[in-house]
Design a binder for this molecule. Structure first.
Ligand code: 5RP
Length: 222
């Protein structure tokens, strides 16, 4: 089974977690795109969606799936029923690295506004410790050199993502070579640096359930 086939299987399996009549948070990336295509088959059963990026909003709208602004949605309901998204890595504690697609900040916001985070990945994303995938940090442009210096001081190799501006008008610094043994502590400490909008460690907003595609089918990790 190819990686794309495993992604498609988990994307389809995630439909089971979609609560009928509710507003669903939708992630960003190739696996999330497959979920959007699957969600189109039950678009009349949900009240609407909140998108974690402009790209996701466009794909949802292309299927005729209603997309709500998060603030408008939270005036109608106390929280979104579920957030469904991929990840670049997940560890044994269901902490995630996200932001390969650069949508980490909106992804973290929508995840925080949701009752449950269902993470859809293929088995290549499983790691013992986060850090094999370069850690993305969304940074206000003025703080670029400040954050690069702090990331280098942590033992990483920070690289500005070339030609990329986030949906929020900021830059991404990808930090290579970190071995992250305490995901929560690093998430908190990087987020306390002035100019950091957020970083791609999802420990506070880790997955509640990981659906992992393998050549033998979909494994559910609680
Ligand atoms: C985007 C993300 C994605 O979830 C992550 O990059 C995984 O993407 P894919 O499903 O294409 O492997 O965090 O910002």
């Amino acid at each position: 089974m190819t990686q794309d086939e495993m992604k498609r299987k988990v994307a389809e399996a995630a439909l089971e977690y979609v609560v009928k009549g509710s507003i669903v948070g939708v992630g960003t990336g190739s696996t999330a795109n497959m979920f959007i295509d699957a969600l189109a088959t039950m678009k009349d059963d949900i009240r609407g969606t909140v998108a974690s990026s402009e790209a996701t909003a466009k794909r949802l709208a292309g299927h005729g799936i209603p997309v709500l602004d998060l603030n408008d949605a939270l005036k109608q309901v106390a929280s979104l029923s579920v957030y469904i998204d991929g990840a670049d890595e997940f560890d044994t504690g269901k902490n995630l690295t996200k932001g390969g697609g650069g949508a980490l900040t909106r992804e973290k916001i929508v995840a925080a506004a949701s009752d449950k985070f269902i993470c859809i990945v293929d088995e290549t994303k499983r790691v013992k410790h986060l850090g094999a995938f370069p850690l993305p940090i969304e940074v206000i442009p003025m703080a670029r050199e400040l954050v690069m210096g702090i990331a280098a001081g942590l033992g990483g190799k920070p690289v500005v993502r070339e030609g990329f501006i986030t949906d929020n008008g900021n830059i991404i610094i990808d930090v290579h070579g970190l071995v992250i043994t305490d995901a929560r502590a690093l998430e908190d400490s990087l987020n306390s640096v002035p100019g950091v909008v957020t970083n791609g460690i999802f420990s506070h907003q880790g997955a509640d359930v990981v659906l992992m595609g393998t050549p033998n089918g979909v494994e559910t990790i609680h």
